[in-house]
Design a protein around this ligand. Structure first.
Ligand SMILES: Cc1cc2nc3c(=O)[nH]c(=O)nc-3n(C[C@H](O)[C@H](O)[C@H](O)COP(=O)(O)OP(=O)(O)OC[C@H]3O[C@@H](n4cnc5c(N)ncnc54)[C@H](O)[C@@H]3O)c2cc1C
Length: 317
């Protein structure tokens, strides 16, 4: 995108040539041509209505499932951050309303404080609730789709749209949410969700369960490293019983601890890649592709990337 492009006026912030590495868990990646931090849903909608339709738009959550490539992102990158986007409130005893920028953990904790059972699993996912929708994030046997009641968002043309119920066009089935997958239109921006649990309980008991889940995570995953969680989805179809988990086939292929540049396959959980300090996005992607090739050669399993890789390989000249 040319730097002389005039963008529509906004009430939030627009930053030019803004580094995106600080906005991702891996801490790698080039700059956004433009980074837009909308003040609220109306600001976002008006901006998109006025923005030249030819300009590409990309939405970031908190970057816990992303490799932003070293060449950065063309066009406008949008991040929903600040009080407005992170607001979570109780609608009734079992339903909460959450801004798309709210952390999953904050939603789980708000549900617990409200005495709502069934949203505890969200505490295991270190992303935003908007990002969780796109990837149908899940753990401990539950996925976002199991608790999603209504989804509000804005199309690339700036139109507010809500998905709810069983309608053909804007009903929840149209999103085809499945294991780590949704068919939410690529340029659709989630702005707010209604999430429903399945009962009520003592808030302290729910909070205690959340703490147990978090302690279990810290034991088994390198959650303090610069990582992006599970790199590959579990094999589908799964093959033999030993080939049901991505980490098992990666381990069996001898990839635990492998390195490319500053990127490493985690010793603690070998479906996690980590940036040991000076990795580039290219190192991480090359290591992931190397692991895929080795698993295919030795196990006959073609792993599918779960981590999303976005942006340009190199900065434009
Ligand atoms: C230590 C660790 C553990 C993890 N464990 C799990 C786990 O157990 N289960 C699991 O499912 N995932 C897990 N993840 C992966 C990740 O946390 C989830 O995929 C999470 O839902 C991503 O949310 P995010 O806000 O970080 O999204 P990002 O990584 O920023 O973006 C992911 C995708 O969502 C899109 N997106 C983000 N926000 C919006 C929005 N408002 N509207 C539309 N699209 C949007 C982006 O464009 C991108 O395509 C883990 C990650 C880490 C680092």
């Amino acid at each position: 995108m040319k730097t002389d492009t005039s963008l529509p006026p906004v009430r939030g912030k627009i930053l030019q040539n803004a580094s995106l590495a600080p906005y991702t868990w891996f801490r790698v990646g080039g700059p956004a041509d433009w980074l837009f931090l909308p003040a609220d849903a109306e600001d976002l909608s008006l901006f998109l209505r006025e923005l030249d339709p030819a300009v590409p738009v990309t939405t970031l959550g908190v970057g816990s499932n992303l490799i932003v490539r070293d060449g950065g992102i063309e066009g406008v990158t949008i991040r929903l951050m600040g009080k407005y986007w992170g607001e979570v409130s109780a609608v009734n005893a079992t339903t909460l309303s959450a801004g798309a920028g709210a952390l999953d953990l904050a939603v789980a904790r708000a549900a617990a404080a409200n005495g709502t059972r069934g949203l505890e699993f969200l505490s295991g996912i270190p992303g935003s609730i908007g990002g969780a929708t796109r990837t149908n994030a899940g753990c401990y046997g539950r996925e976002l789709k199991d608790v999603l009641n209504k989804l509000e968002g804005i199309t690339r043309a700036g139109e507010p749209v809500a998905y709810q119920g069983d309608r053909a066009e804007y009903g929840l089935p149209a999103l085809k949410m499945d294991y780590r997958h949704s068919e939410l239109p690529e340029d659709f921006i989630v702005t707010r969700l209604l999430l429903s649990g399945d009962g009520t309980d003592d808030p302290d008991a729910i909070l205690a369960d959340i703490e147990t889940l978090q302690a279990r995570r810290a034991e088994t995953q390198p959650i303090r490293d610069k990582t992006s969680g599970s790199t590959f989805a579990n094999p589908d179809p799964p093959g033999t019983p030993d080939q049901r988990s991505a980490w098992k086939v990666i381990d069996a292929a001898g990839c635990r601890g492998l390195r490319v540049g500053g990127a490493q396959v985690s010793e603690k959980h070998c479906n996690f890649l980590i940036n040991t300090g000076n990795a580039t996005a290219a190192d991480l992607e090359a290591l992931g592709e190397f692991v895929r090739a080795r698993v295919l050669d030795t196990q006959g399993i073609d792993l599918r990337w779960e981590v999303r890789r976005i942006g340009r390989l190199q900065l434009p000249a």
